[in-house]
Design a protein around this ligand. Structure first.
Ligand SMILES: [Zn+2]
Length: 687
């Protein structure tokens, strides 16, 4: 196939796949089998691999992920993302209706919509293409999460042109709510529990957490979904909200089939009544109903307060409540040493499930509730897996029952708990010897992005700690076949009560020992990340490794030196200093050094390469594979220079997403080549 033919086939495949994707994810009406769909996708992937220059940023192949977002830049919203006024009672709604009547007379209608419980998102489209996705943030500016949003199948990357008039909307913003359907949520949490990870409290947290994962491939696997609830722009096709939404569906957006026009306040109450009763039938969480004035002209007439529009209001559902008896309070010790109090309750039915435990959050909450032993408590469930105690029935309190006194010592290791000023949680300070904290450290150490000894995961680490075989990360390097072979334990799943036997068979033991051995060649930056210094994530570890070159330089550096490293702030600096002050940590590092782990940057990286010698670069925009600092480091480490403005001395302008138009103009006028980050990588390799 020649390049022209490939180009037209790629275009054709893109259109076909987009249409089938829409049929499946938006209309829930697939026209071909999954297998046929996969074949089309496979053909497109192969063609794009063969002709990378023809691959489009918004190709449907981007939905499977693969891009990495190092940090999520803050972006200002073109139209502020206001939140709506909230109400929990119908009197407020009647007042709202009266205010509208007074302001614009008797001729108006409402649109009622479900209030999805997820993460609000602003999707910017230019010339029918998705160019940017930004979270609400503080309403004025949010985080750009475009790569991750591209993996959500119900969000169109290219709009269907046959329904799209370029003259009307060459640029507009679609506002919507990204959420995690119940089915995806339950699957994800089961997986997390299986892997001994903390499950998400509710689908909203799961959706929010997923959007901020650096690897879009993982985001893609989370099966997020998105409903669009408004279209904003200068020249919208219709003069009312409802028709614009209907047209948006034809462009490719998923809009809710439950959106309804209501002529008056009684019809609004009917809509609310219906959904208050039937919301448990939906496969996603809603927490109320949104009521908007339909006419855009009337919306403009009504205008805005400083915080929210005057033409819309949200009605929140009451959450379901019941009462039961408090039997006990247990204190859970988390992997960071944080203590969470959990109420043990007399089992009681609530929204279709039996509730045995409730969250109590922290000591302040218990104090605020003035909780006594054996109290009768009011329990509420609001989309959370673990319900919460919201109040006490004072009249049913037993005579002379004692007030609950918060735990003073760690239930796992007996150490006295501490609570730092300004923090809500108590901590067990015994970082190195408290069993759940040891487990947390080791689990982090062996994780894939750290030392990659995952064959030791899935409950195995816990067995080793319980049997006293390992007490810290250094002990992993003293493991032997004889110490491991034959160990076993039965583990019960918290959610479904199913049991699973974990054992150390010959093959497993050999795999573990091999992974431990292999980990000795893991590069310094990952070893540094694996140590689990608070606030030192992958990116910070990389920066520190490149700056300090070896562990001793880092151990003996002082606060001022640290704080002068780009991207290292006070919080990180404090945490690093206190980590290396702890003699036990130094002892562990010395032990690891003796075992042959990498504690200095590789020689090859140490000697600066000169592939870009004598070249000057200007960097503009946001990059997929580099942070702003990262791309500068790469250029400088290869002998190049980075300049902030374009002149005749500039050799290349490296263009990222959303590059400034002035820079492009200047570069073009001086005939300076504009290259992508990929072309920069090639330049480094070639020279
Ligand atoms: Zn403890």
């Amino acid at each position: 196939m020649d390049s022209d033919k490939a180009k037209s086939r790629i275009k054709e495949l893109t259109n076909i796949i987009n249409r089938h994707n829409y049929n499946y994810y938006v209309l829930a009406d697939p026209k071909i089998s999954d297998h046929e769909f996969d074949n089309l996708m496979e053909e497109l992937i192969l063609l794009e691999r063969k002709y990378p220059e023809l691959s489009d940023d918004n190709s449907p192949t981007k939905r499977v992920g693969g891009q990495v977002t190092k940090d999520f830049p803050t972006v200002k919203h073109k139209y502020p993302m206001l939140s709506l006024g909230n109400t929990y009672n119908r009197k407020d709604l009647t007042d709202f209706d009266n205010r509208i009547k007074k302001a614009i007379g008797n001729s108006y209608e409402y649109v009622c919509e479900l209030k999805f419980d997820g993460v609000a998102i602003g999707l910017v489209y230019k010339n029918a293409k998705l160019v940017r996705a930004v979270t609400r943030g503080d309403g004025t500016q949010g985080d750009e999460v475009t790569n991750n949003v591209k993996t959500i199948k119900s969000i169109p990357l290219n709009l269907f042109q046959d329904n799209f008039d370029n003259n009307i909307v060459d640029e507009f913003e679609a506002r919507g709510e990204i959420f995690m359907p119940h089915k995806s949520f339950i699957g994800l949490n089961n997986e997390k529990i299986k892997n001994n990870e903390q499950p998400f409290a509710n689908p909203r947290n799961a959706a929010a957490g997923s959007l901020k994962i650096q690897e879009s491939r993982i985001v893609s696997s989370r099966n997020l979904d998105c409903y669009i609830f408004s279209i904003i722009g200068e020249k919208l096709p219709y003069d009312n909200h409802y028709d614009n939404l209907k047209l948006a569906k034809k462009w490719g957006f998923k809009t809710s089939e439950f959106t309804k026009i209501c002529k008056n306040i009684d019809e609004i109450f009917e809509y609310i009544d219906y959904w208050e009763k039937n919301r448990n039938d939906l496969d996603f969480d809603i927490d109320g109903v949104v009521i908007k004035i339909n006419s855009i002209k009337q919306q403009e007439q009504l205008g805005y307060t400083s915080k929210s529009p005057r033409w819309a209001i949200s009605y929140k559902f009451e959450t379901e409540q019941t009462t039961t008896k408090l039997l006990d309070i247990k204190y859970q010790v988390g992997r960071t040493g944080a203590i969470t109090p959990v109420a043990v309750l007399q089992p009681v039915k609530l929204s279709g499930t039996t509730v045995k435990r409730a969250s109590l959050y922290n000591a302040d909450k218990i104090e605020e509730l003035n909780l006594h032993k054996n109290d009768t408590v009011k329990v509420e469930k609001g989309g959370e897996i673990i319900p919460k105690i919201v109040g006490i029935d004072q009249e049913l309190r037993e005579k002379n029952s004692d007030k609950i006194i918060y735990a003073t010592h760690c239930p796992e290791c007996g150490t006295e708990l501490i609570r730092k000023a300004g923090e809500s949680l108590h901590y067990c300070p015994n970082k190195n010897n408290c069993p759940p904290q040891i487990l947390g450290k080791i689990e982090h150490f062996i994780s894939r992005k750290a030392m990659n000894i995952e064959s030791l995961g899935q409950g195995r680490t816990e067995i080793l700690i319980k049997n006293g075989i390992i007490k810290n990360i250094a002990d992993l390097y003293d493991l032997s076949f004889d110490k491991l072979y034959g160990l076993e334990k039965t583990i019960t799943n918290v959610l479904d009560g199913k049991t699973k036997k974990i054992s150390f068979k010959e093959k497993t033991v050999n795999n573990i020992l091999k992974a431990v051995e292999n980990s000795k060649s893991v590069p310094f930056e990952r070893v540094l990340y694996a140590l689990g210094i608070r606030y030192v994530g992958e990116t910070v570890a990389k920066i520190l490794a490149q700056h300090f070159k070896n562990i001793d330089n880092l151990i003996y550096c002082n606060y001022d030196e640290l704080i002068n490293v780009p991207e290292i702030g006070e919080k990180i600096a404090d945490s690093i200093i206190s980590f290396f002050k702890d003699e036990q940590n130094i002892e562990i590092i010395n032990h690891l050094k003796n075992k042959g782990l990498q504690f200095e940057i590789e020689k090859e990286l140490l000697e600066k390469k000169n592939n870009l010698n004598g070249m000057t670069f200007v960097v503009s925009g946001v990059f997929n594979n580099y942070s702003r600092q990262g791309i500068k480091d790469v250029i400088e480490n290869n002998g190049g220079k980075v300049s902030s403005s374009i002149s005749s001395k500039t050799n290349y302008l490296i263009a990222g997403n959303n590059m400034g138009p002035e820079k492009r103009k200047k570069a073009e006028s001086l005939n300076i080549p504009i290259i992508s980050e990929r072309e920069l990588d090639n330049l480094i390799k070639e020279n």
